[in-house]
Ligand binder design. Structure first.
Ligand SMILES: [Zn+2]
Length: 322
């Protein structure tokens, strides 16, 4: 709309607004929020489209615009002649109701449960659950740049959970169950968290049972900047990993009752473990297969890394770590 037309429209709209009742104004405000929420959402999605250089079907690089479909720019590939949009090939491709995406992500910023979110934005609770994991499927990879300086690493364990599964691979446990053996074993999901002193955090679920040096090489090594000092407890896996990778390493022997030795301590990462555990509590147990999703969600909320639904959507569409 050109500036002159807008001036005319604006004057007319303002004139009409003065004639509305309070209730009508409220209705209009809701409608307005819905429209701007959709426009905002589409604009962020299109940023991803504008950055696409290759066809998601065949990786061809001769693309051209091919009309608008459901509000999104459609592109076509000269090589395979198939069309696509900015969401093709992502977990968000087939989610409709885009005017509700940002309000939904606002609920996720508030760590709301599936049910509360469903009620708040007017979707079914199964939809609410499905959306949560679609958004987290990519956002979980939104990792910070390499960890710098002094990096604390430590692992924590959770009893594996098949919550929501129709086919248990073991006899059912009672609610809040216990492992069948003492200590850390194959029934425990291992969660490795590494955190530098600036508060940048990376987390991994390398597998079940005690963490191994090989697992640390696979998950931890790629996120460490050169010349870091790795600080851990005295578990042998960290020493073996650090020696093999040529990383400077100091260990604190917590079992002697000493938790801090100058800069050598793992209190930052242990605080993060308890923050995660407490935060997770509200969801009444989460399935092992979604553990990385919840870790990613918690990481986005930690330290105000993400504070608006728009940022959350960007993290879900173009995670930094990928
Ligand atoms: Zn193609």
């Amino acid at each position: 709309m050109d500036a002159a037309t807008f001036k005319t429209v604006e004057a007319q709209v303002v004139h009409w607004l003065t004639e509305l009742t309070g209730e009508q104004l409220e209705q209009l405000r809701e409608r307005f929020d819905r429209c701007t929420s959709l426009a905002d959402c589409l604009a962020i999605i299109e940023q991803r489209g504008a950055a696409m250089r290759r066809c998601p079907h065949c990786q061809g690089d001769k693309l051209y615009r091919y009309g608008i479909f459901y509000g999104l720019q459609r592109y076509r590939c000269r090589q395979c002649t198939r069309s696509f949009n900015a969401l093709t090939g992502t977990p968000l491709a087939f989610i409709r109701l885009r005017e509700k995406w940002l309000p939904f992500l606002q609920c996720m910023l508030g760590s709301m449960t599936v049910r509360a979110t469903a009620t708040s934005i007017g979707i079914h609770r199964n939809t609410s659950f499905r959306w949560r994991h679609r958004f987290l499927a990519m956002a979980k990879d939104d990792r910070p740049r390499p960890l710098q300086g002094v990096v604390e690493a430590d692992e924590t364990y959770r009893l594996e959970s098949q919550k929501g599964s129709r086919h248990l691979t073991r006899p059912a446990r009672r609610r809040g169950g216990r492992a069948s053996h003492r200590g850390i074993g194959p029934e425990h999901d291992c969660i490795v968290v590494a955190r530098d002193r600036m508060g940048q955090t990376c987390d991994f679920v390398p597998g079940r049972g005690p963490v191994t040096a090989q697992q640390l090489t696979t998950c931890l090594l790629p996120v460490l900047a050169p010349n870091i000092l790795l600080v851990t407890d005295s578990a042998a896996a960290y020493r073996t990993f650090a020696d093999a990778a040529g990383i400077a390493h100091r260990a604190i022997n917590v079992s002697t009752g000493r938790h801090v030795d100058g800069i050598v301590h793992v209190q930052g990462v242990n605080r993060y473990h308890s923050f995660f555990r407490n935060w997770l509590h509200r969801f009444n147990g989460v399935a092992s297969r979604y553990l990385t999703h919840y870790l990613g969600w918690c990481r986005e909320l930690d330290g105000g890394r993400i504070t608006t639904p728009q940022q959350f959507l960007r993290a879900a569409l173009f995670p930094e770590g990928t």
